[in-house]
Design a binder for this molecule. Structure first.
Ligand code: PBG
Length: 324
């Protein structure tokens, strides 16, 4: 059947029908809000390149957590800024490290809020790379043990899920074994499985003070042109025991999300990263776009491409628009 019998506009004429026929239904329950925690006390520091996002010292978290929970958000992911950095990033696995402190504060304030932790060393190393160095190269196998210590210390402090983002080979398997060996088999791993060496991370590196001091991350993060390699990364992480696999960034990689959704059965997450947020905020501040509507459209696209979960700085803003 074709025009004039067939008219697709028929079902678009009524607001209720439009609502009933919405194929993708985003919800606040799909969103994970990134939180930056910084060592010390008494400070809430706005991040200029991420308007509306701040760094909190652990003692200043309770009010923020109360607000997040009251808005109907269900999960946060923590990034830590330690007071001091060293060659190995040892502040990452201290039992009284900033992330470990923050986990305890959040669990006391809102026990039902899921706490996920980013497991990586770049915020903690003096050189800013995601692993330890050997002859100015990031040493893959030597780094695994340190990532395991970090993941374990997060889980022991009360984290509900750990999310390794370093892109070392074999880290999912190593962390899974470490957790299981410590009686923490119940803690899931969300792996940053296909993480690209992206220019979209710019504002995050300012927020987390984690830019590499020399070189770049291209020897461990993925090369943006590569689609099949991304699928291999995801397949390997699943084999190693990842419970959730992530594609990052989201917007410039929607094709990878769709293909991963079609190919794998595991839950799929996407990171709507700092640069994607900053671009919308900057254009909206100039009055060039309606920031909230653009944000919603972007998040919808990421869900439509196949992501089940989205890590996004827009999470709090969506609370007014989406149901919990
Ligand atoms: C840590 C990490 C990064 C991001 C999340 N975890 C930065 C990086 O790899 O340089 C980026 C998140 C964002 O841009 O919002 N390795």
């Amino acid at each position: 059947m074709a025009y004039p019998q067939e008219r697709l506009r028929r079902l678009r004429g009524h607001e209720t029908f439009r609502g009933m026929l919405q194929e993708t239904r985003p919800s606040l329950a799909d969103l994970i809000f990134p939180l930056f925690v910084t060592e010390g006390s008494g400070r809430i520091e706005p991040i200029p390149s991420l308007p509306g996002i701040c760094r909190f010292t652990p003692d200043r978290l309770p009010r923020e957590i109360e607000e997040i929970a009251a808005l109907g958000l269900r999960a946060v992911i923590l990034f830590g800024l330690p007071a001091g950095k060293d060659e190995t990033g040892s502040a990452a696995w201290r039992p009284d490290g900033v992330v470990q402190q923050a986990i305890r504060v959040i669990k006391q304030e809102a026990p039902e809020l899921a706490v996920i932790t980013d497991v990586c060393l770049c915020e903690y190393t003096s050189h800013g790379h995601c692993g330890i160095l050997r002859d100015r190269e990031v040493d893959n196998d030597g780094t695994l043990e340190l990532l395991c210590r970090t993941a374990l210390s997060h889980a022991e402090a009360g984290a509900d899920m750990v999310a390794p983002s370093d892109m070392m080979d074999g880290r999912v398997q190593a962390i899974r074994r470490a957790l299981d060996g410590a009686g923490l088999a119940r803690i899931p791993i969300m792996s940053y499985a296909a993480k690209f060496a992206s220019a979209f991370y710019g504002p995050f590196r300012e927020a987390a003070q984690s830019a590499p001091r020399f070189g770049d991350r291209r020897s461990y993060q993925m090369d943006p042109p590569n689609r099949r390699e991304a699928l291999r990364e995801i397949a390997l992480d699943i084999e190693e025991g990842a419970d959730i696999v992530m594609v990052k960034p989201a917007l410039a990689y929607l094709d990878i999300l769709r293909e991963a959704r079609d190919r794998f059965l595991h839950p799929l997450a996407a990171y709507n990263v700092s640069g994607e947020y900053a671009m919308v905020k900057a254009a909206a501040a100039k009055g060039w776009i309606d920031g909230e509507r653009v944000a919603e459209e972007i998040l919808l696209a990421i869900r439509r491409a196949g992501a089940d979960l989205i890590l996004t700085y827009f999470a709090k803003e969506m609370a007014g628009r989406w149901r919990a």
